[in-house]
Design a protein around this ligand. Sequence first.
Ligand code: AP5
Ligand code: MG
Length: 214
Amino acid sequence: MRLVLLGPPGAGKGTQAKKTVDALRLTHVSTGDMFRRTVADGGEQGKRIQAIIGSGRLVPDEETAAVVDSFLTKQSLWDSFLLDGFPRTVPQADALDRMLEKRGKRLDAVVAIDLSEQKVLARLGGRKSCPSCGNVYHDVSAPPRHTGLCDRDGVALVTREDDQPEKILERLRVYESQTRPLLDYYTRSGVLRRIDGDADSDQVTARILALFQK
Ligand code: AP5
Ligand code: MG
């Protein structure tokens, strides 16, 4: 299956991707995580991407599409991926369609996780993540066993640079203007499935998995 998870910042795309990929037998591909790894590696490209992510804006479409194309090809994932955070503009969706067409394939489903702006602010305001393994926590809904430390490796948790209040607002603006149009785009192509993301994490997982039960 070839699947896309769509939704505003903080809707729970990363959380749900991690919780559903095993059951759906897919590989989780997050462009946000890829870009954060490029930033961590340093170098000129890392610095440039850090400035873009830090401002809440988007990495250019062509560059993003090229990164995804190359990753899916290198990892032989064209038949079984769950894309988290890509596509997030109409040009990116067109690029993905072309990449798939070239290989005689198409998307099976796009799952949009709906969440109000107010809930997004609460989710992102309390998010912490592990800079070493990438595990994600929340001060209220998913706290670590020991305050401030990763359950897996004990490393001190950090707040993402783009989770500062003014950056969150910019990301929401970018979502509204550039990503929300994809809801119409995928409605037209007949693959869009919407779910309400305002429930505890296990319930949201059950809602997603229910879409694919035969
Ligand atoms: P990216 O990393 O994709 O960020 P995003 O889309 O803003 O989404 P988030 O990762 O912030 O939220 P999420 O939906 O994954 O929520 P999460 O599961 O963590 O992208 C970052 C940046 O990279 C972009 O701004 C851009 O610059 C660049 N980029 C990436 N892709 C790009 C592209 N295609 N084109 C151009 N640029 C690109 O959950 C949030 C919090 O809520 C967590 O603390 C979690 O524990 C908690 N939580 C989750 N679910 C629940 C629940 N059900 N109940 C209570 N709490 C919950
Ligand atoms: Mg994420």
